[in-house]
Design a protein around this ligand. Structure first.
Ligand SMILES: [Zn+2]
Length: 492
């Protein structure tokens, strides 16, 4: 895919006045740093940042609110017109081209496609993938292969085996020690705690079940609530461990199978999954910039992932993030708010089943990662913004980011995103940057319903509220702008 650059018109004249007025206030921030070495007192830094940036932050929040349904309409187009966007699909290729075209139309300084080779896995036809309870009675069970699963053996034939329901890997290993999972289909029915806690019951399920001799594994969908919804997601195999088919079933069916087993029934299941692996395919990260005024080589990154699972339309995960970071940059551009450092939006490809986009970005810019001041990702939904999760950097980084976060409140538009929560990791796409020493943030939004729809056919545009999306745009724009414009570079 080609590389195209566009140069935007000069900044709006009106903003020059704001710069002039704020120049003396910026001096305060500099003095705050100079007086206190690399770590001015939090109180002084907060006061200096507020004095310098409050007017511009308010303008960002008010302008974001006035975007009305424009960003949401772009999200609906991305989700509806291109649909699911699994790596290697036409939908993803078309979505990448459309988004790049739209961003160029917004007049950003540069919009480039950086080529990335992505792995290809296909679910196969829905009619040829099914699960059934065949004993002690017959019942159809909704099922989806986990992304990356091998198919069941024998095209057109179902794997039939006795099933055993377990609630933890501990229980599975105990069973394995006496050979009682041998040749069976394991149903992994781990109670929902949180996505982070339950994640390993999807990602490692096939490995753990194969180790005790199982022929296939079905995991309870990772969700706190269900209306008979199946949630797919990534999984992996390990060298030296037999690769067995892995799928997800609904929480309702997992509960039912558990109850039947508890009543002493011997369960038998039939399972057919006809997924396949294809040759790696070309794809791309979309990279767009607002070039810094005085330190263009220093970068504040705003990222999201443009690929999505092949079920639903990837509106929440992560179409909302894509639209939010894109419109955060376009909003700053339209307001003439060009910061001292560069703000770079990256729409990563292949987050869901490979992370090739995130890895390729870190490799492509390897020599420039020392100049990556901060990487921010939005990949946890664009519901009402609460603040950020922070990982990486030092206590000085945390203090400075917390000082910036105190600015992220604007009662007239109901924005209150001042929470800064320390975390071990943030967005998956920026994890290679975190590993390279770049401080990272992830937008923290109200997560109330996120995992109800995550990786399901119900991940559609109606789940996103236009007003909340605009608040996320404002919060991302404000955080990126202040960090990209502060007199002193964010300490590491
Ligand atoms: Zn995601």
């Amino acid at each position: 895919m080609g590389i195209v650059q566009r140069v935007c018109p000069s900044a709006r004249a009106g903003i020059l006045y704001i710069y002039a007025v704020s120049a003396c206030v910026l001096l305060l921030v500099t003095v705050a740093y100079m007086s206190y070495g690399k770590s001015p007192s939090a109180h002084i830094l907060r006061a200096a940042l507020r004095a310098s940036y409050a007017t511009r932050i308010n303008s960002i929040f008010e302008s974001a609110a006035k975007l009305h349904t424009k960003p949401w309409a772009k999200l609906a187009t991305l989700a509806d017109d291109f649909g699911s966007r699994l790596s290697g699909s036409q939908g993803l290729d078309d979505a990448i081209d459309w988004t790049a075209r739209e961003m160029r139309a917004d007049g950003l300084d540069s919009v480039e496609l950086i080529n990335v080779t992505v792995p290809v896995w296909r679910r196969g036809s829905r009619s040829a993938s099914y699960a059934s309870l065949i004993s002690p009675r017959h019942a159809d069970l909704a099922v989806m292969a986990l992304g990356g699963s091998v198919p069941t053996p024998g095209p057109g034939e179902a794997l039939e085996a006795e099933a055993v329901v377990v609630s933890s890997y501990g229980e599975l290993r105990t069973m394995g020690a006496i050979g009682s999972a041998d040749g069976k289909i394991v149903v992994l029915d781990a109670a929902w705690v949180s996505y982070d806690e339950n994640y390993e019951y999807r990602s490692r399920a096939a490995v753990e079940a194969a180790r005790v001799g199982a022929v296939a594994v079905l995991v309870r969908s990772l969700t706190p609530h269900s209306i008979y919804s199946v949630h797919t997601g990534g999984m992996h195999y390990e060298p030296g461990v037999v690769q067995i088919p892995a799928g997800a079933i609904t929480t309702e069916d997992a509960d039912m199978l558990r109850r039947m087993q508890d009543r002493g029934h011997v369960l038998s299941l039939a399972l057919a999954l006809n997924c396949s692996v294809g040759p790696p395919a070309p794809s791309a990260n979309v990279v767009a910039e607002l070039t810094g005024r005085t330190h263009p080589e220093q970068v504040v990154l705003l990222g999201a992932h443009i690929d999505a699972w092949d079920v639903g339309t990837g509106a929440m995960d992560d179409g909302g993030g894509v639209v939010a970071v894109w419109h955060a940059l376009s909003l700053l551009h339209s307001l003439g708010l060009r910061p001292a450092r560069t703000i770079r939006v990256v729409l990563f490809t292949n987050e869901e089943n490979g992370l090739a986009g995130g890895q390729a970005y870190a490799e492509h810019y390897a020599s420039e990662l020392g100049n990556h001041v901060l990487a921010i990702e939005s990949d946890s939904g664009v519901f009402d913004p609460r603040g950020f999760y922070a990982a990486g950097g030092s206590s000085e980084t945390a203090a400075a980011l917390s000082a910036v976060a105190t600015l992220l409140s604007h009662p007239p538009t109901h924005v209150d995103a001042r929470a800064m929560t320390s975390a071990l990791e943030t967005g998956a796409d920026i994890s290679p940057l975190l590993a390279a020493g770049v401080p990272t943030l992830e937008l923290q939004a109200d997560g109330g319903v996120y995992f109800d729809y995550h990786h399901t056919r119900a991940d559609t545009a109606d789940k996103i509220d236009p007003v909340e999306l605009n608040r996320c745009i404002g919060v991302l724009a404000a955080m990126a702008y202040v960090v990209a414009d502060m007199p002193e570079t964010l300490p590491r």
